[in-house]
Design a protein around this ligand. Structure first.
Ligand code: AMP
Length: 480
């Protein structure tokens, strides 16, 4: 059994990114998917999130994509925008040193901006079904060179009623392509989809180590609906989570809980499907970066979302769907850490808990409320923690981006700037080679260029007095 990425004959750029991401050896799903994908087989993967499945398709695709082709070669469809953002990031990180452009296409975000981005060179497109269909119908996306199609979280697409849209997208793709479908479960409709649109596919099943992951301590408390909020405060004090997700069943409940909790602990924020996409992205980013500790959310934040170091998941409302329970609690105990899930159960919820316990084949331990003395004893520690900045290491994307500086040049398409003008100027600077140039992005009046290998500062200084395409341009550093 191959246990090292270097045995797969991957390009050195992809291997460098994998190394920076600290992926030392392929996970079981990667060991099965990567060799088959590299051989060009259609694949159906039955696997849970958290198994490294995103990289299992991102690694071979990034490796196989032809940098010189200007049109998109891979299309990845995800059910939610949050997942699209996360999957895009994984592709971007893995394709970092191959200088792959990865575009994201999802609703509630400027159509025109996406349209402009899609007009430029792009290698990989990650999107949600509705917005992809919009682009197809308005002919603002060129899918004629797609060689790879990935349908991620297919069972969730089915739950969300997206299957017809997926079929409509597939009708617009070249027939000669490689298709990969990933799903936690393979119900009949998904099987039919595979039979209709995939050729002689390999089916891979990665046994979930255990549906609910042994590393998660699962507890439940009986509560009265009206006492939930006060009880939550006690539980937060006693458990004192480093980072925590608090799930509610409705947007309204998320809003209400956040309004009530915020005056008490400032280190909380919220996310649900009714918020503007920009706000949703901002909140997820801030949570990822550790700017606050408690995220109050609906199930939009449950599927596949991968944030390091979540110590607790609290089901403020018992989920009414057994699979939602598994997805919610799976946000903790990731990357071989342990974690705890706590579910509040009202009398009305007992029927759901029975179904969940049957599904996970395990008892969720019923706990007694902590007494007042215990809560009071722990209050100081809690107050100290919520007033202390969370200390997290560099994000994965930051590790990959080490030694890369992005520069902004004050000239773009309107002054007929072309990549070759930038490459020409840069390669004429002593100590600079084409291999030190990352992604170049030219828009109307601006050009963004990445300088790799720690040479950013030197190039930034050199460009201050050097003409680009015949004129001195204003060059500044961008925030990454
Ligand atoms: P996923 O199942 O795609 O949501 O991935 C779960 C987590 O595993 C993500 O944080 C990945 O960055 C991480 N990951 C993926 N592949 C590897 C690997 N080979 N070694 C260590 N971590 C990995």
């Amino acid at each position: 059994m191959i246990l090292k990425f270097k045995n797969y004959n991957l390009s050195k750029e992809v291997l460098k990114a994998i190394d920076r991401l600290n992926y030392t050896s392929p996970t079981p799903v990667q060991q099965k998917v990567i060799p088959l994908a590299l051989k060009g087989r259609d694949i159906v993967v039955k696997s849970q999130t958290g198994s490294g499945k995103t990289a299992s398709f991102a690694i071979p695709i990034c490796d196989k994509v032809d940098w010189d082709e200007n049109k998109a070669q891979a299309l990845v469809i995800t059910p939610t925008r949050e997942l699209a953002i996360q999957v895009r990031e994984e592709f971007f990180n893995i394709g970092r040193f191959k200088r792959l452009k990865v575009s994201e296409v999802y609703g509630q975000f400027s159509f025109r901006r996406q349209q402009k981005e899609l007009k430029q060179k792009t290698h990989i497109v990650v999107g949600t079904p509705g917005r992809l269909i919009d682009h197809i119908e308005r002919k603002t996306i060129d899918l004629s060179m797609i060689k790879y199609l990935v349908i991620d979280e297919a069972d969730e697409m089915l739950n969300m009623g997206f299957i017809e849209q997926i079929e409509a997208i597939i009708q617009n793709l070249p027939k000669n392509r490689i298709t990969m479908l990933l799903s936690a479960t393979i119900p009949k409709d998904i099987k039919n989809l595979c039979k209709s649109y995939m050729k002689n596919y390999e089916q891979i099943e990665i046994e979930a180590q255990n549906l609910t992951v042994d590393k998660i301590t699962q507890e439940r408390y009986s509560v009265e609906e009206n006492d939930k909020f006060e009880f939550l405060k006690d539980i937060l004090v006693v458990e004192n989570p480093d980072r925590c997700m608090i799930f509610c069943n409705t947007k309204k409940m998320v809003d209400e809980l956040c309004d009530n909790l915020y005056p008490w602990i400032k280190s909380c924020s919220k996310i649900h499907g009714g918020m503007e996409q920009q706000d949703r992205s901002l909140v997820m980013n801030d949570f990822r970066k550790g700017k606050f500790r408690h995220l109050i959310c609906t199930d939009v934040a449950a599927r596949g979302i991968d944030i390091e170091g979540i110590t607790h998941v609290i089901n403020y409302d018992t989920p009414e769907d057994k699979e939602d329970y598994v997805h919610r609690i799976g946000r903790t105990a990731r990357a071989s850490k342990s974690g705890k899930s706590i579910t509040f159960v009202t009398e009305n919820d007992i029927k759901f808990i029975d179904i969940i316990q049957k599904y996970i084949d395990k008892e969720i331990e019923a706990k007694q409320h902590p007494d007042k003395l215990t809560v009071d004893e722990r209050r100081d520690d809690f107050n100290t923690k919520i007033n202390t900045k969370l200390n997290i290491g560099p994000l994965k994307s930051e590790k990959v981006s080490e030694g890369i500086m992005k520069l902004h040049i004050n000239a773009g398409k309107k002054t007929k700037m072309r990549p070759v003008d930038i490459v020409g100027t840069l390669c004429n600077i002593d100590g600079m080679t084409a291999a030190d140039i990352g992604i170049i992005n030219i828009i109307d009046v601006s050009t963004f260029v990445e300088i790799l290998n720690g040479k950013g500062e030197m190039i930034y200084n050199a460009l201050q007095g050097r003409p680009i395409k015949g004129r001195i341009r204003k060059v500044s550093k961008c925030e990454q």
